[in-house]
Design a protein around this ligand. Sequence first.
Ligand code: SF4
Length: 82
Amino acid sequence: MRVIVDAEKCIGSGNCVLACREIFAQREDNGLIHVLHTQPSLTLLPHIKQAVQDCPALVFSLEDEQDTSSLTIVELPAVSPA
Ligand code: SF4
């Protein structure tokens, strides 16, 4: 399974951090999501799924959800204002 994190959509609510602080954090400068580990333990999957469910801004999307033999998190960074 791959979890795609589109940080550009993040509004900094912090719900994902509450659901899984082992993997998700908020940047100190702008409060947007930051992925701490891109290859998390599968034992964290329930918490990661909770984060996906709790995000009000639909930042997360799942690929190959049926394949739970591996777990990768891909962070698409927010584009900085020019
Ligand atoms: S729950 Fe969603 S909107 Fe809130 S900080 Fe996490 S990624 Fe951003």
